[in-house]
Design a protein around this ligand. Structure first.
Ligand SMILES: [Zn+2]
Length: 307
């Protein structure tokens, strides 16, 4: 037993994925990468050195089918609520800055129907951060618990009007019973991650079975949460807006300096991007999924989508 002595209770708990004891209890999810709508942005804003042509920013969300916890989502993409929420000033500024295109068949509820999943079946929605392009359809899932890093919501909870719009937050997108269904991550109980996640060393085991591990990805928005998700065939790293393009991660190439105006902490953003780049160098088999990278979505998104 001495060989596995690191399983003895310690604080914080250390995950190990390389010994028989841990491998036995590993759980996998079926992962489907999808998107609901897109906005556009000049490429040279999204990535330094890019062209002046406008590129599409798809609003990615993901479906995880877990053997015990049922179907769950990572973010939701856009819904028609976004258009209602941005009719009047000052929220209309948001819509003007990021013109959105959304087809009915792309709505999360409609795409889930192609998997025979009803909105009431969704047990949890993992929220990367509270920007409108990630939470527009939260209210469509009336039984889901909302899981997020508490500092993400604390930073915008009381903001309204122009102050909220400047943070890309539209309070009316939150369902009226958000507080009763909120399940913020217990950040007092981090775990040490094994070397296969280097340079990420601390995370949160969201389901207690190591199938979905959360890490903080600071810089773009307060408390932005990324997820490592273990699929049967593949490990995915959902990085939300810590990088807008897969190429940014590959080349460690940040967006235009103008993008710093909307980041909560530009210096932390740059550090996080550097860590993502290092991670990819060290673990090339893991699929890194930025939320708005069309190249990545074209490669990995579920084939159920109508193109
Ligand atoms: Zn976004």
């Amino acid at each position: 037993m001495a060989k596995y002595s690191f399983h003895v209770e310690q604080a914080p708990k250390t995950l190990c994925t390389s010994c028989p004891l841990c491998l036995k209890k590993m759980t996998h999810t079926n992962t489907h990468i999808l998107h609901a709508g897109y906005c556009t942005c000049p490429e040279h804003i999204a990535i330094r050195g890019g062209s002046r042509a406008h590129i599409r920013f798809p609003a990615m969300f993901a479906l995880f089918e877990h053997p015990r916890h049922g179907p769950m989502l990572f973010d939701t993409g856009y819904s028609y609520r976004f258009f209602d929420a941005t009719k009047k000033f000052p929220a209309s500024l948001y819509r003007a800055a990021t013109p959105v295109t959304l087809r009915e068949d792309e709505l999360a509820v409609n795409q889930l129907a192609t998997f025979n999943i009803q909105p009431k079946d969704i047990t949890r929605i993992f929220i990367s951060h509270f920007h409108a392009d990630h939470i527009s359809a939260l209210a469509d899932f009336d039984r889901a618990r909302y899981v997020y890093l508490p500092q993400a919501f604390d930073s915008i909870r009381l903001t309204r009007g122009l102050s909220a719009v400047r943070r890309a937050y539209l309070p009316t997108l939150l369902p009226s019973d958000f507080d009763t269904r909120a399940a913020p991550v217990d950040i007092t109980g981090p775990i040490n991650l094994p070397p296969e996640y280097t340079p990420f060393t601390r995370g949160y085991d969201l389901l207690g079975d190591e199938s979905i591990l959360a890490v903080e990805l600071p810089g773009h928005a307060h408390g932005q949460m990324g997820l490592f998700v273990r699929d049967e065939r593949q490990t995915y790293f959902f990085v939300a807006d810590a990088a807008w393009q897969g190429r940014s991660v590959r080349e460690n190439r940040p967006p235009h300096w103008l993008a710093n105006l909307i980041f909560s902490d530009p210096r932390a953003y740059r550090q996080t991007l550097g860590r993502l780049h290092s991670f990819q160098q060290l673990h090339p088999s893991v699929v890194i999924v930025p939320s708005h990278c069309e190249e990545t979505l074209n490669k990995f998104q579920a084939k159920t989508l109508v193109e």
